[in-house]
Structure formats: C-alpha cells, structure tokens
Design a protein around this ligand. Structure first.
Ligand code: UFG
Length: 332
C-alpha cells in the first residue's frame, strides 16, 4: 500500500532554489503547495504541486491556504538575496526578509504549523575569524542581507523555545549554484548578480566581459573565496531536515556547503575550461558587503541528518549551470 504523504507549503517555490526542492518533494510523492508572489520566480519552474500567487505579508491568504491544504510543515524560501543590493537598499531587505517573514511566522504559529524549514545564509557569520566556519562561530553579519536573515533565526529560536509544538531547522546556505541535471529549472533573474551566471553569460557573449570584484583580498590569489554547493545537494538537505523535524521534533541550525573553497579566479578558469570559450576578464574594485572568505564546516549536518554531498565538483556544478544557460539562450 502506498504511503499518503502530506502537503508541504513552499514559499518562494517558483524561484531558483525553491523550485529544485519542489521538484524533489513532488518526486517523493509529497504535494508541494507553492506560494510565491512571482517577483523573481516564474510559474514555469513549478514542476509539481499546486500554485498560489501571493505575498508572504498577506496573512489572510496565507491562513486560508494553510487551512485549505491542512498544512503542518513549511519550507520558507521567499526572500531577497543579493548582498550588494542589500547594502544599497537595506529597507527592502529588512521589510521582506525580517518584517514580512516575522508576519509569516506569526501566521504559521496561529495556524498550527509545527515544522518550519528556513533558508538562512552563510552571510550571518560576516567575516568569520576561522575558516571553515562552524555553526557555533560568532554571528556578526556585515551586510543588511545577513542581518535581515539573522533576525529571523532569532525569532525562530525564541518561538521554538517557547512553544513545544513548533520546531524549526535553519539551513545556512553557502554559495548555491548549478541546476537540475536535466536543465528543466535553473537560475533566471532579470538582473543577474551571481558570479557563475555572469561568467557564463560573458562566455555566451551576452555581456562584453566579466569583472572580478576585488583582487587585493587576503586570500591565496587575492580574489574572494566561496564554497559553491550544487542545488541538488542543497535540496536533499531540505528533505532530510523536514524528515528530522517530523520524527525528532527538535530545532537545529546547519551549515550547507562542502567545506571546500574556490576563488573567483578559480571559478572563472573552470568556466573557461568547461565552456571552451575565452571571454574577457577585468579587475574591478571590491563590491560592497563582500567578505573575503566563506567556507562551510558541514560536519554537523552530515552527522545529524546523514546528509551526504553527491556533487562536490566545481566542474559538474558549472556544467549543469552551462546547460541551463544555453537552454535559456535557445528559448530567447
Ligand atoms: N563576483 C565577481 N564578479 C561578478 C560577480 C561576483 O567578482 O561579476 C564575486 C563577488 O564579489 C564575490 C563572489 O564573486 O566575491 C561570489 O559572488 P556572488 O554574487 O556569486 O555570491 P555572494 O557570495 O555575494 O552571495 C551568495 C548569495 C547570498 C549568500 C552568499 C553566501 O547570493 O545570498 O552567497 O555565501 F548569502
């Protein structure tokens, strides 16, 4: 007899990362209920489940949706995510990632939601004293994006401590990249800002060159170092987190990364190798809000949830992102 699996509310499920988790939930027999205001997402990314167009600040629609689908678990992605934009427009970040997410949590609690998976970020660490950074490191975000997410972590922690039936897992993402192995979904922003996407677009000739933001960091080659994690490994972490919350009813915080750093130059060289295209690269000043190095110590999630990275390979990450970019180009 097949097991009947529950409905899972996925805010931001039409976006880049959310849509990968929606795909995996659907493939595992859950019904994802995608709730997205389509500010950066696209309905075409929703491969499974039901879609509701709505904003997380709309408590009435949220309440009705939770009730209609009998939701007990939520995975919350809907957020603004660009570090430099957060420096230029902090109010957007505090409004969306802190104020509106606070409202969402309030609605969830009032509606009897028990399990909350939160997409947090490595940006909560700021400039870590020690790299790889583990979950107990001091939290000193250096940009409004990181601060806006840390606020939500604090709200979740205190709420879970006060309410025995409410638990959460915050996943601190490092640099999420790559896409679905079949190139069905991937990153698609009107104004892309991420390194791999911009470099691939430079390889395709959509941009005249790639700028390296800062070559005077205290790192081996002077450029910033990040821990790039494939969307499919990140997606598995969410499914394991959900399962853990349901079984163990305990709140926890985990890093999601591979424990391996790549510099901007290394990424650019790998992109040139994978694409076989030699695009122009120029050195430019540092970008606002960027820490020099962010690399995860991810032992805790491996031990506690049994998470096993499968795609810890920058070339593979770039190959999948490249397949997606070429597909977007063909569809243009
Ligand atoms: N970079 C360039 N040139 C570009 C774009 C980026 O040199 O054209 C550099 C950045 O300055 C940075 C690195 O490449 O040093 C990575 O930049 P991304 O924009 O790809 O990613 P970020 O590290 O700024 O941020 C990402 C997510 C955040 C998350 C963070 C966690 O966007 O949401 O990873 O590490 F918090």
């Amino acid at each position: 007899m097949s097991e009947i699996k529950e409905n899972i509310l996925v805010t931001g499920g039409a976006g880049y990362i959310g849509s990968h988790i929606v795909r995996d939930l659907g493939e595992k027999g859950f019904l994802p209920v995608v709730y997205d205001n389509l500010s950066t997402g696209n309905k075409k990314n929703v491969l499974y489940g039901d879609f509701i167009e709505g904003d997380i600040s709309d408590s009435t629609l949220l309440k009705d949706t939770i009730k209609k689908y009998g939701i007990k678990s939520i995975i919350h992605f809907a957020a603004s995510i660009v570090v430099e934009e957060s420096v230029q427009n902090p109010l957007k970040y505090y409004e969306n990632n802190s104020v509106n997410t606070f409202k969402l949590i309030k609605t969830c609690v009032a509606s009897g939601i028990q399990n909350f998976v939160f997409s947090s970020t490595a940006a909560v660490y700021g400039t870590p004293e020690k790299v790889p950074v583990d979950e107990n490191a001091p939290l000193n975000p250096i940009n409004p994006y990181g601060k806006s997410k840390l606020f939500t972590e604090m709200v979740l922690k205190d709420t879970a401590a006060a309410l025995p039936d409410f638990n959460y897992i915050a996943l601190r993402y490092f640099n999420v990249a790559g896409s679905d192995g079949k190139a069905r979904i991937g990153q698609q922003y009107k104004k892309p800002t991420h390194l791999i996407t911009l470099a691939l677009k430079a390889a395709l000739g959509e941009y005249p060159q790639l700028k390296i933001f800062g070559s005077d960091y205290d790192t081996p080659d002077g450029t910033a170092v990040r821990d790039y994690i494939h969307t499919d490994d990140l997606s598995t972490a969410h499914l394991l987190a959900l399962d853990y919350l349901k079984k163990e009813k305990k709140s926890l915080v985990f890093n999601c990364g591979y424990g391996q750093g790549s510099s901007v130059r290394e990424v650019v060289d790998t992109i040139k190798k994978v694409t076989g295209i030699d695009f122009e690269v120029v050195e430019a000043p540092r970008r606002g809000g960027d820490p020099p190095q962010l690399v995860a110590d991810s032992q805790l999630i491996q031990k506690t949830l049994g998470w096993k990275p499968r795609y810890n390979d920058l070339e593979y990450i770039i190959e999948t992102a490249w397949a997606w970019e070429k597909k977007l180009r063909r569809e243009d």
